[in-house]
Each structure stands twice: as C-alpha cells, then as structure tokens.
Ligand binder design. Sequence first.
Ligand code: ADP
Ligand code: ASP
Ligand code: MG
Length: 423
Amino acid sequence: MALIVQKFGGTSMGSTERITQVAKRVAKWARAGHQMVVVPSAMSGETNRLLGMAKELAPKKQTNEYLRELDMLASTGEQVSVGLLAIALQAEGVPAVSYAGWQVPVRTSDAYTKARIDSIDDKKVRADLQAGKVVIITGFQGVDEGGNITTLGRGGSDTSAVAIAAALKADEAMIFTDVDGVYTTDPRVVPEARRLTSISFEEMLEMASLGSKVLQIRSVEFAGKYKVPMRVLSSFTPWDIDITEEAQSGTLITFEEDEQMEQAVVSGIAFSRDEAKIAVLGVPDKPGIAFQILGTVAAANIEVDVIIQNISKDGLTDFSFTVNRNDYARTLDLLKEKVMPGLGAAEIVGDTRICKVSIVGIGMRSHVGVASKMFRVLSEEGINIQMISTSEIKTSVVIDEKYMELAVRALHRAFDLDMPVSA
Ligand code: ADP
Ligand code: ASP
Ligand code: MG
C-alpha cells in the first residue's frame, strides 16, 4: 500500500463529465488499497474568467491591496473543484473529504499572486487517510500569517501537489494533465515533438523555468529538494486502464543521470511569451547603479530575468533586463517613480513583443559549439537575436515574438529532436 498524491489540471477537471472520470480513476487507486490525496485545479478557463472580471474592474494602479483581492477571487476556482470532486467520489461510494488551503493549513508567504509555501500541517490529512478517506485539497492556494488567502502563481496547483507530497512523504506525486508526458518541446507547437520516458530533474527544472508550462517551476524545485518521485501522465486514457500500466506511463522525473540522457546534447526546447524587455538608457556608469535599478525592482517582489549592461560611452551606459509581462506596467511605474529621479537624465523604453527561446540539455556541459549552432540556425532563418543568456545546461535568446514558432521548429529539427519519420 502506498501513499499517493494525484494532481488533476484544469482540462482534466473541465466539466462534470470529466470530474466523474477523475473520480472513477481516483476510486480505482483507492480500491487497490492506496492512501489517496488529490489536488485538483480550477475547471479549465475558470481562473482566466475570474481574473478577467477583476481586470474589467481594476483600479489604475496595482497596489498590494488589489493583489490581495485577486487572490481572494482566483482561489475560488479551486474551491469549486474540490467540492465537486468530493461529491463525485461519494457518488462512487468512496468516502472523501475536501479542504481549502487555509483549512489544512497550507501556510505561505504574503506575496499575493505568487506566494511561496512555507509549511503544510499534515495532522488533519493523516487522520482522514487513517480513517479511510480520500483527501481532496485545493491546488494553487494557501494562507499567510495574517490569515489572508494567497495564491501560488499561474500553474501553482502542480506546486501544491508536490509540496503536499513532500509534507506527507508520499511515495509518488502523479501529475495528470492533457498530454501524456513531458515532450522535447510543446507538442501543440511542434507536432513532431517526442515524449520523453524520463527526464533528469535538472533538465526539467530548466525547461520549467524557461517556460515549458507542463510543470510550474516551483513544483520541480520541491521535488528536487525533498526528493519526491514525480511523474507527468495523461488523464485522457480510459479511467479503467490497468493500474500497473498506468503507474509506469508518462514521463518520470529522475534524480540520476542515466546514460541515455547523457547521449542527447540538447534534450528539449522551451519558450516563453511571458516576458517583456525594459531598457534604462543613458545611466551613469558608476558603482551602485545595478543595485539602484534592480534592487528596487526586487524589493517590489518582481523577478528579473535576462540582464545586460552595455559597455559605457562618455561615462554613460544602457541597462536592459526582462521581467514577466504581468509585471511590466508595475515595473515601469516603479522605475519612473522611485529610480529615475535619482538617476539623472536617463530614459526608459520597453517592449512587450518579445519572447525567449531556450535549448536545454545536460549534454551541453560536455559539448562545445552548441550555442553557436543555435545562433547559426537562427541566423539562417533571418531571426535577429536581441539578448543572450547562458548557463551550464541551457542557452536562451530573446527575439521578436513573431518569430517564436519558426525559431522553435527550426531548432527542434536542427538538434535532431524531431520524431523519426517511419518509412
Ligand atoms: P494542466 O491544466 O493539466 O496543469 P497545463 O496546460 O498547465 O495543464 O500544462 C499542459 C500543457 O503544457 C500541454 O497541453 C502542452 O501544451 C504544454 N507544454 C508545454 N511544453 C511542454 C512539453 N515540453 N511537454 C509537454 N507539454 C508541454
Ligand atoms: N487554476 C490555476 C491556474 O489556472 C492553477 C493551476 O491550474 O495550476 O493557473
Ligand atoms: Mg498547469
């Protein structure tokens, strides 16, 4: 008998019919004798619908008070899901109980819309499991020290599931979604993408951080930190598929690099349209400037990604960086209000029509010339590179967003990731 956490994403929970399928699948695992904790997302489209209404009514400035209310609102989607799933399980004859994040409680920081999980109390959950119940916990949300509801950022249910699995020392976190595993790149953009039977934790971490939305990055961080076995698999197989077959399906995130993975230089391609570029032009080139700009941004809980500082001319330099597109307006406001006055005659320009495309692979550690091959492939497609950032196992470029799909397809082909064409 194992303790298993199963997460079901929005599409998997998309209608009452789909919720019945989820309930039947969970019931199958529970009847096989496993202790089951289930973490569902809001029904597909629901979080967007809720946030869309808020946008219609939003004040001009995104204050912390406004972000608090966004979380109050967005967290309701998951509350609907847990209630419906518990009811569907009861209809299957399986005892089930649902909890919102604050009831467990799942304690988080107070960074609204992107809170981090600090701790999870497992007492109540363990008692319910002991009593033979399936425990259903809302994904995506928690509660801060002040008792305010928080959310974990888009896609945050993955993180809830893995964090709960870590807190319960579960045998596995199974992330059920609308594709049957992790692919070399998003199969919706490149139909030739291949499913990976396993991917190393490090590569998955990079893929997720660089925009592969199949897993939220923090879920992978949790899996790594607490060594939670984690698998991505399909919720669209028939619910009564053989349990042993299901347990081995999809993509396993592994903590050891096996030989097979070492062979591929590039394992996957990630991309993200979620970024925006900001350039602060003509700033004095002297110590403290980076801190003045980026320190202020960081203090407002805004994450900065690619950073470039140009060589200075006449004592002045340009400083460019990217932030999440959701943070773009807030970052510009912040710079204009808090940083520009102290910087002299600097000017700020921004561009939201950019994207980031990245190649990822552990093999890049031991192979030279991988990045230059990337640059060559892009140049052959006539794509201009605006920014570059590299680390041991990835190279990212910032390009015009209108070339994103072209770039991803060309790189996927050039690095031999396309599915072999059968004769
Ligand atoms: P869920 O609602 O189940 O959390 P998401 O939409 O968040 O589902 O994530 C699944 C989606 O991630 C897939 O439908 C696919 O389009 C996308 N995706 C992006 N990159 C990848 C990848 N490398 N492998 C598989 N899916 C990917
Ligand atoms: N419902 C939330 C979202 O749409 C969380 C999730 O689906 O993981 O982002
Ligand atoms: Mg998701």
